[in-house]
Design a protein around this ligand. Sequence first.
Ligand code: GLU
Length: 319
Amino acid sequence: MKGRFAPSPSGRVHLGNLFSMLLAWLDARSVGGRVLLRMEDLDPERCRESYAHQLADDLRWLGLDWDEGYGIGGPAGPYRQSQRSAQYETVLGTLAERGLLYPCWCTRAERMAAGAPHPDEKRRGHACPCRSFSEAKRREMTAVRPPLWRCAVPDQIVSFTDGHYGLQSANLACDIGDPILRRSDGVFAYQLAVTADDGAMGVTRVVRGRDLLPSTPLQIWLLRQIGRPVPAYFHVPLLTMPDGRRLSKRERDLDMSALQSSYGTPQQLLGLLGWLADLLPKPEPVTLAELLNLFSWSRVPKTDVIMDKEWVDKITKRR
Ligand code: GLU
């Protein structure tokens, strides 16, 4: 039994990231499982080593420990996606051998492909005209500019039972479309890397924000294509700003520096997180061991949690 933290070091960690990671930790530890920390730092424009370092410090401050991964090493390393190109090449090779990979010259969605999709973002891959290009046409296009690489998904329904949200299903072709697996500049895309890594690192439980629920059927299908076992998935509600907007690292919404100024100790911040997860009746200081005793998936809310405006203003002012 192995859970994971898979943050993107593209800014200081915020309350929403901590909420998901606390639940991932509680889920794993409550059944005596291991936890790994993998840095999803594929996007060279957004991710920085200093953020990764800070993120690990922030997790340690809160007491959310891990048994293998970033900063520790372990049997499935390296644990920074930016250092795993050789592994991704191999997985792409497997997909290519199965005739599932094709070059594409439609670049509109390309810039975003290295990061995980946001819920408010229309990022459907699609079966583009490039999928049916002849070899001659492909050579002609490659001479003009390098392609990005997509995976040809079948017209097939994939169903699974999410540990928190229950039965889910999606038609890969209609609801998801052909995902980008590699950008034209060579950067590997989120959907490829997350699947390759969850498979290679032996992850058996994935706990993460529900913004990734729509990507899960695709990831399950990709895992099957590359012959890796499929983990159990548990998605958790998102925390939103008072106006309903999802917390953003770039906007520095409720980030760890603001939280630490208002909540001086890990126990105080854990109290807030435990209360947001409906494990506590009010936000009072608590230890991780106490939260572990209180944890049960049946208590965790399913609807997104909207942060109170007065509270947000107070926290933000103290930053
Ligand atoms: N790296 C992704 C993010 O920070 C999470 C990916 C995942 O949990 O599958 O949004």
